[in-house]
Design a protein around this ligand. Structure first.
Ligand SMILES: CCCCC/C=C\CCC/C=C/CC(=O)SCCNC(=O)CCNC(=O)[C@H](O)C(C)(C)COP(=O)(O)OP(=O)(O)OC[C@H]1O[C@@H](n2cnc3c(N)ncnc32)[C@H](O)[C@@H]1OP(=O)(O)O
Length: 291
């Protein structure tokens, strides 16, 4: 503030009609609003946090949103929060998955930061000792499905929304850790069928194979079910819970700890391939035309 004030005073002296008054400073700071937050956090009286993805129109996961989500999880861990409910501010989309614009005609440095942030945020969410629930209040394709799968429990608003890892439909292969998350939820057989077909499941279909745990008819019910799931852990000794979660999720955790660099390299090599870039460009065009 002191530097801003000094600069303004110099400017005011030059123009002589301006003074570095509180009113002037307020006008100056109003003209430069802080960028909107992409993730909001509300902690209720019971100590349960609702973490809301808020990047209209479709909560596509760019570096900024992923970074904010990672920081939010770390902060909630530091504050000993009793539970995390992950949801969306949109009425129709939980998350459209990775932001394709981060991958289309990228600068190498940005691409690397994007993928590393995704890896780190995913690991934070997947392994956090805090009980996690996804309240899926809209479509959740690809990376959106990954976020939901990384939580311990999934409640989805139905029946009209869809969820799944649809990568093969886009001509790409979901990274191994995406696959581990799907296997965690539905078992190897169902995961193989879902992933090879890149199937997007209706809410009812997702419920039938265990991709989600509960179907509800609106967001309020989803939040209430999530709170109920989290409340059961009040009676469970936290250390036992934490160690059990860490142990049962060992495959995914170990995979990322041991393979993050190779995974980054594979992603970087793949994305810059001319045929992938061409495909991404066509996909973006198709999304615009389908409007
Ligand atoms: C994908 C190739 C990656 C290459 C790298 C290779 C391998 C590494 C592995 C990478 C793993 C990737 C996993 C992913 O998550 S990839 C992303 C996959 N996501 C999708 O395919 C979803 C696409 N979106 C939709 O299906 C729909 O948007 C919707 C979520 C069902 C919502 O529909 P609707 O409400 O009708 O909204 P619109 O379709 O009109 O979209 C509004 C607006 O948003 C833009 N948009 C949508 N999705 C994305 C996205 N994922 N990234 C960036 N932008 C997106 C869309 O283009 C519209 O923009 P305009 O308003 O400007 O037209």
């Amino acid at each position: 503030m002191a530097v801003v004030c000094r600069n303004l005073r110099a400017f005011a002296q030059k123009t002589s009609s301006l003074r570095c008054t509180p009113n002037f400073l307020r006008l100056y700071s109003q003209s430069k609003p802080a960028p909107p937050k992409l993730v909001t956090v509300d902690v209720d009286k019971a100590g349960v946090a609702t973490v809301t993805l808020d990047r209209p129109p479709v909560n596509s996961l760019n570096t900024g949103l992923l970074e904010e989500l990672g920081v939010a999880i770390k902060d909630l861990e530091a504050n000993k929060t009793r539970g995390i409910i992950l949801t969306s501010s949109s009425n129709s989309v939980f998350s459209a998955g990775l932001d394709i614009l981060e991958m289309y005609e990228p600068k190498k440095q940005n691409l690397s930061l994007f993928w590393t942030t995704l890896q780190n945020t995913w690991l934070s969410l997947y392994r956090t000792s805090i009980p996690t629930v996804a309240a899926i209040n809209g479509h959740a394709p690809a990376g959106g499905c990954l976020l939901a799968l990384s939580c311990e429990y999934r409640v989805m608003v139905g029946p009209k929304f869809t969820i799944g890892l649809n990568e093969t439909q886009l001509g790409i292969v979901a990274p191994q850790w995406f696959m581990i998350c799907m296997k965690d939820a539905v078992g190897r057989r169902q995961a193989e069928m879902a992933l090879t077909a890149g199937k997007m499941f209706s809410t009812q279909e997702a419920l039938n194979i265990g991709l989600i745990d509960k179907m509800v008819s609106n967001k309020e019910e989803a939040i209430a079910e999530a709170q109920k799931f989290i409340a059961q852990f009040a009676k469970i000794p936290p250390l036992a819970r934490r160690m059990t979660k860490e142990s049962i999720r060992q495959e995914g955790i170990k995979y990322m700890e041991e393979n993050a660099i190779d995974d980054l390299k594979a992603f970087m090599d793949l994305v810059v391939q001319p045929n992938i870039q061409k495909g991404l460009g066509m996909y973006l065009e198709a999304m615009k035309k389908s409007k």
